[in-house]
Design a binder for this molecule. Sequence first.
Ligand SMILES: NC(=O)c1ccc[n+]([C@@H]2O[C@H](COP(=O)([O-])OP(=O)(O)OC[C@H]3O[C@@H](n4cnc5c(N)ncnc54)[C@H](O)[C@@H]3O)[C@@H](O)[C@H]2O)c1
Length: 313
Amino acid sequence: MEKNKILITGGCGFIGSYVVSMLVNTPYKIFVLDNLSTGQKENIPLDRVSLTVCDIRSEEAYEYIKVLQPNYVIHLAAQIDVQTSMQEQPYDADINIMGTLNVIQACKDLPNFKKFVFASTAAVYGNNTDLPLTECSTTTPTSPYGQSKLVGEQYLALVHELYRLPYATLRFANVYGKKNHSANDVITNFWRRLVQDKSPEIFGTGNQTRDFIYVEDIARALIEAINVFPCGVYNISTNEQTSINKVLGIMNDLLGNDIPVKKLPERPGDILDSCLANDKFVKHTNWLPEETIHSGLVKTIIGTNNQLKVGVK
Ligand SMILES: NC(=O)c1ccc[n+]([C@@H]2O[C@H](COP(=O)([O-])OP(=O)(O)OC[C@H]3O[C@@H](n4cnc5c(N)ncnc54)[C@H](O)[C@@H]3O)[C@@H](O)[C@H]2O)c1
């Protein structure tokens, strides 16, 4: 029997490379489509994966998918930087809306197509403070990035209604793990400064909380999602609030640091607390987050802090 084909767009990136490394030990035939704008081909085992370097917005990508006829698509390729989305809204929309639509259109009439898994984000909820947020909570994005992801979600749901394209949209909480040194999330920022013996910076009191989820738990959820029913939207999170101060305390312990914190004024627009309910995905799959914030930070930091020093000015 022919193996099922799975296409991962953005498979050379942070989350995608974990998905690929988990899938290489399964019976799927793995294909990656990536323009290498932020990802690197060294992130995936090229002897076991077929990589096509092209842009999700292109005619070439559309034709490639039509000819390949994957059974599953995990769509990760995106413009993911909130600041870039603020400064270059058309660019963000072009990739996250038009690029996503191009991939969806290519899949919509494929024979034996089984599931389109779309990587979305808690940013679609904006400043909604009605915690924990469920998939039914109001979506009011406060950034062009959150807006473009929400439009991508809505197109996918519409194509499902019109053409019965099977799909699952996963809204990720704050994903952390071993990222490249240019990443701009709170954990990478702490880490970058701590390994340079610089004071970590906290905006506001540090009592603000986030729902931090380790990248391997996200990658497992994306793979579980290819079999999830019913089609629809699912939060992927730990369902726990962890304060920024607690994260820094754990990182200080792991790195053996005691550098005084630099407190900066609260940033306008920053949300105070965030937490996503994951009950729906847990109910419909065998997935549970495995890592606590402590065990996830151990995996993130141990044996990898040298990598962050590379490229740090
Ligand atoms: N990292 C997070 O905290 C987080 C949180 C919520 C949602 N997400 C979503 O998860 C997905 C993966 O994020 P990531 O953190 O791995 O980002 P990443 O930037 O590391 O990976 C994105 C990958 O997509 C590729 N890519 C970008 N634009 C492309 C284009 N136009 N055509 C083809 N390939 C393109 C990049 O080269 C890269 O390999 C994204 O859709 C993102 O919105 C990430």
